[in-house]
Design a protein around this ligand. Sequence first.
Ligand SMILES: [Fe+2]
Length: 294
Amino acid sequence: MTQYSTAQNPCSDNVILNQWHAIAALEDTGRNPHRTRLLGEDLIYYLDGDDVVVSRASGERAGPGLPVHCDYGYIWTCLGQPEKPLFDMPEYHEADRRNVCAASVGVRVSAPRAVENFLDMGHFPYVHTGILGEVPHTEVREYDVELDLEKDEVLATRCRFYQPQAAAGATGGMLTEYIYRVPHPYCSILYKSCPDDESRFDVIALFVQPVDEENIRAHALVSVIDAHSASIDIRMFQQTIFGQDKPILENQVPKKLPLDPRAETPIRADKSAVFYRRWLSQKGITYGVIPAAA
Ligand SMILES: [Fe+2]
């Protein structure tokens, strides 16, 4: 198991404790117990017949069971009391989609930093050069962001960006349209133009497992309308993107996300980040962030 050097502070943030968090791809889970860490606590998970068991680790043994929910290809659990069902992502269940658990990557950064990076189109030409962007197409065009109070999520729409290779199945450059949802403090869903069907969107979801305040495992689900690409190519495409993001994320200082609006200068590309930070502040989240001074 990965060793984490950061001193462990138990999570006292009830908003985060009461969320469902993804811990592993269901397809990677078997009868042999595996260990992982969530919010600074060691967990064991395994299959018992058709059931998934997740529990706190007590030495080498499993302790009392935790709540389990399996959806979107991943195992989700909660260390507190789940206050509401996991967010809705109906596209996953459409019959003609390819759903691929594409990656689970350890990164030394806080969960909110990873979500914010996922929302940021401005880094595409510089970090994902030749794939999600390229010089001189560096402009982030005007887009809309709102806080959907009914659904309790941040929504960014009308995002457009020129991409040389928007997806594993893309055969040339295209002006890609994006919609971002942030329906969970540590998860985001991206809808982007589908190279195979102009009327629909491909979906890439980021489920961030907060290992502790400054370490994560980033789980990616790719849900695409693509009859041609091999699953391994869909996986390799997403892992290439993650591999480019990982060193950028690990060099961010501070590792926690500052919520004070004056902490880091916003630019247009950061408009969704401004809403995301404000939403975290309104929720009173303290884990993985540097709260704004009262
Ligand atoms: Fe990126």
